[in-house]
Design a protein around this ligand. Structure first.
Ligand SMILES: CC(C)(COP(=O)(O)OP(=O)(O)OC[C@H]1O[C@@H](n2cnc3c(N)ncnc32)[C@H](O)[C@@H]1OP(=O)(O)O)[C@@H](O)C(=O)NCCC(=O)NCCS
Length: 150
């Protein structure tokens, strides 16, 4: 279900500020738990979030409804023309309401203004919702990573 007209009017997408970093770290913790990657504390994530925030190669965006951050995404500028998408996260109760579609659209606009023409990202094969989202937003598979457990 899409956001209601009222929710859509109330949703703001803006650059991350210093005050948002703890919330971003919390969502990054939930994102890594969702992917079954590793179980870091929010404080651990916060160190990395702060490091990226202070690096001008990184762009971070948040989606806000009624003053509450409900999602984030971002990108790292890799070269003049290429950026790397920092995945992203949307609070479960706001999923399938086009929040990521709108954040990614805004990110694309910002990157295009900087001369970027290609965005790369990595997604776990078993992350069905992640993969479906990137496909819906126009990303295609150009390379596959293989692994053998030994
Ligand atoms: C992936 C994620 C960010 C998507 O955010 P979202 O705001 O729900 O995505 P949107 O509503 O903008 O979806 C855009 C399109 O992606 C596709 N899509 C999104 N979620 C999907 C799902 N669960 N199943 C199938 N397709 C899906 C749809 O085509 C959708 O368009 P539609 O609703 O008009 O059909 C969100 O599900 C999430 O935070 N998941 C957990 C963290 C994660 O996996 N992040 C990505 C790591 S690579």
């Amino acid at each position: 279900m899409k956001l209601t007209k009222q929710e859509e009017m109330r949703m703001e997408i803006r650059f991350v500020t210093k005050d948002d970093l703890y919330r971003i770290a919390e969502m990054t913790r939930d994102l890594t738990l969702h992917m079954g990657a590793f179980e870091w504390t929010v404080e651990n994530h916060l160190k990395h979030v702060k490091r990226r925030f202070s690096n001008p190669r990184y762009i971070h965006l948040v989606a806000i409804i009624d003053g509450k951050i409900i999602g984030f995404t971002g990108a790292e500028l890799k070269s003049k023309r290429t950026a790397y998408m920092l995945k992203g996260y949307v609070e479960p109760s706001y999923r399938r309401k086009r929040v990521m579609r709108q954040m990614e659209g805004k990110l694309v606009e910002i990157l295009q203004e900087k001369g970027v023409s290609k965005i790369d990202l990595k997604v776990d094969t078993n992350n069905k919702e992640g993969k479906s989202t990137w496909i819906a937003l126009g990303y295609t598979t150009i390379r596959e990573t293989m692994r053998k457990q030994i």
